[in-house]
Design a protein around this ligand. Structure first.
Ligand SMILES: CC(C)(COP(=O)(O)OP(=O)(O)OC[C@H]1O[C@@H](n2cnc3c(N)ncnc32)[C@H](O)[C@@H]1OP(=O)(O)O)[C@@H](O)C(=O)NCCC(=O)NCCS
Length: 178
């Protein structure tokens, strides 16, 4: 194998901040890099950020945020996962797996029993491949001015401990979606 074709060792690091410019470094300056503008929803920024740098450039990101939620009669919190992004020229090489796995390792230290994310239907197989499960119930999320919206994207969850099961019942986030 020549030196140039050696696999590159990529590691995930915690990011002290994640700005619009950081996102543009990964995905470019498209108005709608996640393809969700059609939902008209307002989203929450994430609080904890994980990234991968390659040659000094940020090429992947995943963000985390604890959000309060009701699942049936249970009021609890989940770790919301969002802003999962890999630079177009680096996609298909396992970077999303790497950065999401590292983010979930941290999520296991945050307290909640489950992580939750929203995605477009074509991304469900990718997240299922990474161990996530789709929810088949409606999910209500808050929007500005106290409005409630039914999430039009797919909701996926994954346990953060070995001994937990997702409770049954409708799901309502007590926050904007993340
Ligand atoms: C979605 C996105 C993050 C995926 O990044 P990526 O680096 O190409 O993904 P990976 O290569 O890590 O793929 C993760 C795993 O899913 C698998 N996979 C990918 N597409 C799949 C599919 N359609 N069905 C099943 N598995 C799939 C991959 O083979 C890989 O598995 P492996 O690690 O066992 O080989 C990237 O395309 C992106 O940034 N898109 C634009 C922004 C966006 O839409 N983000 C999602 C927000 S929810």
């Amino acid at each position: 194998m020549s030196e140039n074709s050696s696999p590159v060792a990529l590691t995930v690091v915690g990011l002290a901040h994640y700005t619009r410019a950081d996102q543009e470094e990964i995905l470019g300056d498209s108005d709608d890099p996640f393809g969700v503008a059609w939902t008209g929803l307002t989203w929450l920024p994430k609080e904890d950020h994980f990234g991968i740098r390659h040659d000094g450039r940020l090429v992947a990101h995943a963000g985390l945020l604890r959000v309060p939620v009701a699942i049936g009669d249970t009021e609890t919190e989940v770790v919301g996962v969002g802003g999962v992004a890999v630079a177009p020229d680096m996609q298909g090489q396992g970077l999303a797996r790497l950065v999401v796995t590292a983010a979930l390792e941290h999520a296991r230290t945050m307290g909640p029993q489950h992580a939750l994310l929203f995605c477009l239907p074509p991304l469900m197989p990718l997240y299922q491949h990474l161990g996530w499960h789709p929810l088949d119930t409606d999910v209500l999320v808050e929007q500005p001015e106290g409005r409630l919206a039914t999430m039009p994207l797919r909701t996926m969850v994954t346990p953060l401990r070995d001994d937990v099961r997702w409770p049954s019942g409708p799901v309502r986030l007590f926050s904007l979606p993340m």
